[in-house]
Design a protein around this ligand. Structure first.
Ligand code: GDP
Length: 284
């Protein structure tokens, strides 16, 4: 779940993706709805050129509803098919099969003209680590789907999951590397918990989140932590109030900022602060 990337990782991920992508008609790209740009790697546009493209705004349950709508329009305007999903509950999944047919209609039509009947559309799921690829595949493919393709032990090869009579999905997702060299992106990925907390300064992360929430979601901190007029206060002062309220103390009675920071980040990541999106299309 947590990871550190180095050039060797990226080269390998890219090579595997290049091979797998040859086999498919449609790229199903998962992004995190709370950070739809920061959780993408635009290299997929080059890797997936000439393929049908579907972007899933995953973890839509944790993101702001109105922001989800804006991001859907944003990506649609760029020519992608888009769908909001919650891969844990399965919300939004029902629409996907019809979207896949629509996204691949040219291929289906080409097949038909050539007299090829009922060749299923082949798709693969791609995305950065922790975006929900495995959860999506499990929920979407469900238990009802039988694996097709090569028999284990006979031929080594790709396993395809037959979703319905028209669609097959590669059972292993493609892993895209995050754009961690961009500092603002790194910060947002850290906020959603995609970067190992141990290699981060959790206090800095919490203070950054407080500043963002104060401006973008007024009332949020007030509601959860009973701090009044958060907009008027320094971020550190608010963290102090969280520490006091939640009894984050070290021996001697001093405030434990680290503990308060972790508490705040956990509240955010688990949705206890409400549905929050960390970046908006207007800024993109
Ligand atoms: P992968 O690394 O891309 O395969 O990501 P996983 O499928 O392992 O998911 C990472 C974490 O995100 C897990 O804790 C999942 O339970 C959680 N998760 C995945 N999809 C969703 C979603 O739509 N909503 C929420 N709230 N959590 C999700």
């Amino acid at each position: 779940m947590n990871y550190q990337w180095y050039p060797g990782h990226m080269t390998k991920a890219r090579r595997m993706m290049q091979e797998d992508i040859k086999l498919i008609d449609l790229v199903i790209e998962l992004v995190d709805a709370r950070v739809p740009l920061s959780s993408r790697n635009p290299d997929i546009d080059e890797l997936g050129k000439n393929k049908s493209r579907l972007i899933l705004l995953n973890k839509a349950d944790l993101a702001d509803k109105s922001a989800n709508k804006k991001w859907t329009e944003f990506f649609q305007q760029k020519g992608y098919y888009v769908q909001e999903v919650d891969s844990r509950s399965g919300a939004g999944m029902k629409a996907i099969s019809a979207i896949i047919q629509e996204a691949c209609k040219e291929k289906i039509e080409r097949d038909r003209k050539r007299g090829i009947k009922n060749r299923p559309v082949r798709a693969m799921v791609v995305g950065i680590p922790n975006v929900g690829k495995s959860t999506f595949i499990n929920t979407y493919a469900g238990k009802a789907c039988a694996k097709t393709g090569n028999k284990p032990g006979v031929t080594k090869g790709k396993q395809w999951i037959r979703l319905n009579k028209n669609v097959e999905l590669l059972d292993t997702p493609g892993i895209l590397w995050p754009k961690f060299e961009d500092q603002a992106v790194g910060m947002r990925l850290a906020m959603i918990g995609s970067i190992n907390d141990e290699i981060l300064n959790i206090d800095e992360l919490a203070l950054e989140l407080i500043q963002y929430l104060r401006n973008a979601y007024p009332g949020t901190l007030e509601k959860r932590y009973q701090c009044e007029e958060a907009a008027e206060k320094e971020a550190l002062q608010i963290l102090e109030e969280v520490a006091k309220l939640r009894g984050c103390l070290i021996k001697g009675g001093e405030l434990d900022y680290g503990k308060a920071s972790r508490l705040l980040m956990d509240d955010f990541r688990s949705g206890k602060l409400g549905r929050i999106t960390l970046e908006m299309p207007e800024e993109a």
